[in-house]
Design a protein around this ligand. Sequence first.
Ligand code: DMJ
Length: 729
Amino acid sequence: MILGILDVHNHRFCLYPAGTETSYLSLTLFMTVLAGLHQVIGRPRLLSLAPIRSAESLPTGSVSHAPLTASCLSEPTTALCLRGIGMGTGCSPQQLFHSLAASLKEGKMPVATLLPFTSTPNRKSVSATSFRLTEKFILLLVFSAFITLCFGAIFFLPDSSKLLSGVFFRSSAVETNTRTGPDGSEPGSAGNDGRVLDKIRKDHDMALLEAKYILQKQPDDIKNDIFSDKNKVPNSSDQNGKKANDLPSVEFHRPPGAIGSEPRDPETRERRAKVKEMMKHAWDSYRRYAWGSNELRPVSKQGHSSNLFGSIKGATIVDALDTLFIMEMSEEFNAATEWVEKNLDFNVNAEVSVFEVNIRFVGGLLSAYYLSGKEVFRQKAVELGEKLLPAFRTSTGIPWALLNLKSGVGRNWPWASGGSSILAEYGTLHLEFMHLSKLSGNQEFAQKVMNIRKVLNRLDKPQGLYPNYLNPNSGQWGQHHVSVGGLGDSFYEYLLKAWLMSDKTDEEGKKMYYDSLQAIETSLIRKSSGGLTYIAEWKGGLLEHKMGHLTCFAGGMIALGADGAPGDKTGHQMELAAEIARTCHESYARTALKLGPEAFRFDGGVEAIATRQNEKYFILRPEVIETYMYMWRFTHDPKYREWGWEAVQALERHCKVEGGYSGVRDVYSSNPSLDDVQQSFFLAETLKYLYLLFSEDDQLPFDHWVFNTEAHPLPVIRKEQTDRPNEVE
Ligand code: DMJ
């Protein structure tokens, strides 16, 4: 079906392919209003409006008159019909318009011949030029009122977001399945009954699982749930009603070590200055070519946007704030602050990755606040945190991976096993959310992340390991894939750091960390025949002898936790950390560029080498340098600074271009192509960890600061402050 609208006066003709009932109804309503007006004002030749239900009966691609049944016209009439739009005839709107225009121009179809189908018999025709200004104005008014009405209905009627989710927004996998069958056909249509029944059965099974899950809860937990549900009403109304600047006042005291002393040793001083120069080049290039965009394309010298942040802008600015601060780049820090004040906007109708937005934006803003004391960062962090809360609206409280910040509709990555949430994503919110509660006085943030632990603690863990996939509705594991690299990594990191950040009061986090590290050692950590210790991945009981660049952060994590290790394991864990650092260094040393591949293997006769083409790239990742930094702090073994310096030289040689720093596609090729992306984590993490590697230990000392997984430093929340939640030391 198509709808035709002809404006004879302006010689304009529009055809609307009407694919859905919604658009049909809207356009019919629109036409009816105009037709009514047409009757009232008595200007019959203004517009020709008619829904054409059987355009196939008209000659293909031609201009013709045809009798029509039009819902807006009281008696049979004739309309100009152009067949082809959306009907698979290959006739474009332009062709049709030109065809009509030519007919009008050549006099084959004088305007007069068009009039009958727009006029009603009892009215006399009036010339086009005599159309009154007031009538035009009324028309415009009615049209705007109608459009406003439509938009109002679309966005504010209770169920309209669901209705539209399949039309304008990407909808959740679950919703898609309920709305249409796998082939996209309407539920209830012929041949679809089986699928609908299947769906009902699946929903029923899911409801049973959820009920079973709730029944497994301890009476105390159920009481707590009821209590927190009761609190939800005032909390959520707080959320909606409270403006960011209604936050409770906080007395700001900067924790020690935001700015450290100059390195004593001249060579280290020079190296640190070199890293600062690299930061300046990366920042200046971003500022010059991509200011306000999420990231920079350093080769093509333009902005780059990743869909991880929806339409939130400025990822590089927020991610770099604390690095600029600790490097004492005050002019740059002030420009970044001004951009945040004036431009950072979370009121976007876009789907974002909850994890990425949390670690980069919430983490970056929190650090900027704790370093500088500027209120704007606290307000923006809390505002964004509140926008992320709807992600936790699942049966278990395990959050969705993706969230539409405007509608609050969440879903999971379509590729994740059985609609699961990802361990490294829902498990990497804890540090930031604890600080959000502290800075806002709203305990909902802390409750949400503490509940994630509860869900995990109730589940059986295969060999004590945490699978990467967990269904947020059933509360059951998905595929049994375990990894300390991608999909799993920062979950383990946040268990340990939650304990450290709580001034070592979070015993639950501590136990979960050391228990899981024990399981990882038993089931995943292996030594190659060449003597390299590596962390493999586990897939349904089978080991894959591969280690990712991402996994290399584990050297630093294990070193950071060694001091608190149970029994007499401190020495053993420090050795393990050092071995992992050595393996990761080898993965760099065995390449042509002296930069590490995305993943390297220990099978098929190779050790610490990437064998697959799609694992040979380097995207300016920080994890290996992060481990060098921790190892340096804990051992002061000069080799870690040397290894860091090797990385600086390789970055300068192979990744630096006139417009910034770029990733490379193959670290084994001496002449690799560039990927043309300067990742925001290069400024947040890689350069920050290099700078700290060449700094004295009094810069961001570990007994006062804990780094989130994007290297944003967050202060330790002192024991004595826990009853004074809004005070920062
Ligand atoms: C960073 O965004 C974070 O470190 C995250 O935890 C995983 N890796 C990237 C950088 O490699």
